[in-house]
Design a protein around this ligand. Sequence first.
Ligand SMILES: NC(=O)C1=CN([C@@H]2O[C@H](COP(=O)(O)OP(=O)(O)OC[C@H]3O[C@@H](n4cnc5c(N)ncnc54)[C@H](O)[C@@H]3O)[C@@H](O)[C@H]2O)C=CC1
Ligand SMILES: N[C@@H](CCC(=O)N[C@@H](CSC=O)C(=O)NCC(=O)O)C(=O)O
Ligand SMILES: [Zn+2]
Ligand SMILES: [Zn+2]
Length: 369
Amino acid sequence: MQVKAAVAFQAGKPLEITTVDLAPPQAGEVLVEIKATGVCHTDAYTLSGADPEGLFPAILGHEGAGVVVEVGAGVTTLKAGDRVIPLYVPECRNCDYCLSGKTNLCQAIRLTQGRGVMPDGSSRFSYQGEMLHHYMGTSTFANYTVVPEIALAKIRPDAPFEKVCLIGCGVTTGIGAVINTAKVEVGANVVVFGLGGVGLNVIQAARMVGANQIVGIDINPAKRALAEKLGMTHFVNPQEVEGDLVAYLVDLTKGGADYSFECTGNVNLMRQALECCHKGWGVSVVVGVAGAGQEIATRPFQLVTGRVWKGTAFGGAKGRTDVPKIVDWYMEGKINIDDLVSNVMPIDRVNDAFDAMRRGEVIRSILTF
Ligand SMILES: NC(=O)C1=CN([C@@H]2O[C@H](COP(=O)(O)OP(=O)(O)OC[C@H]3O[C@@H](n4cnc5c(N)ncnc54)[C@H](O)[C@@H]3O)[C@@H](O)[C@H]2O)C=CC1
Ligand SMILES: N[C@@H](CCC(=O)N[C@@H](CSC=O)C(=O)NCC(=O)O)C(=O)O
Ligand SMILES: [Zn+2]
Ligand SMILES: [Zn+2]
């Protein structure tokens, strides 16, 4: 079939809206009509050329929601008409990783996902006879996409696509980082670096679990108001801090953060996020994704003296199990997604959405088809 897509032909170039060919779903695969998709910082990161796994030409997008149109042979858990959220971290429930009970990082299709193809090694997308790469196994910047069954969470039929699409990445990552990865407890002091689509969800989850101080850090003062609405108790603009930011944060939290979260992808901030943690027990969670060649550093003494450095992918969430529950939380009014949606615009304006994100004007732009 022919579908409308925003194609990333080259790193660093605007996406091109065009018509591409999409082959039918093969065994274990599902054809999904994408109804809405967010634009996450990670899409911009890959488009920039900084992603070591970035492949071009590709159809980006990984924060979508849609409806099942057709299922391939052997698909048993989904049928036409089901509402779904594509998962860039699948949940096969059968690989060693899934069965370990220790991680959400299902590896059943990770290799082919990283190569931009479906599990059988081929792509369903092509343009003028040339193969187009899938992205993160989801490729939601197209009005139809093909996704493996194990990478689709079935959600309730009344969930609005333009909101719950954000559960496909930013919402689940931020909330999951607090609940699954850090396991923040009542009364804890929390520091969050970066108040974008992910960091704001860290903040609302920290409030949900009963954190005491919730310190938000951003160089963009426009992020302050919404962060406060979602639960931030103290705002810090590093550009207004005289002297060392780490010392300032340790003082503000009376000894250091119990938990910190780095949500920008800047390796210098990752170090600050670790070092502002409390001696003896502070835990710092790396959420941000850094570019090829970037590395983190600290004095080993920081770890010797009890600070813990961890990371999280998709907030440690097991997608097929946890995503439907997070959709329920939204529908029951337990989490705020409405305020994270800054714009809703047609896919034709995808490059405007990227520009607005780079300029720090939006939390999330939602693209519709
Ligand atoms: N580990 C995971 O599973 C996931 C990781 N990510 C990554 O998380 C990071 C955040 O993603 P989004 O929230 O979508 O990004 P975003 O672009 O919406 O927000 C980033 C925020 O960081 C702020 N910021 C940038 N430089 C700063 C600095 N030097 N000091 C303080 N604040 C600064 C910006 O003003 C902005 O508010 C990205 O690196 C993204 O790739 C995103 C989703 C999932
Ligand atoms: N391709 C990148 C890795 C990027 C990365 O870490 N992605 C996150 C999700 S970011 C979503 O917005 C993730 O889930 N990682 C786990 C994984 O298996 O990729 C690189 O190579 O640096
Ligand atoms: Zn994302
Ligand atoms: Zn698995």
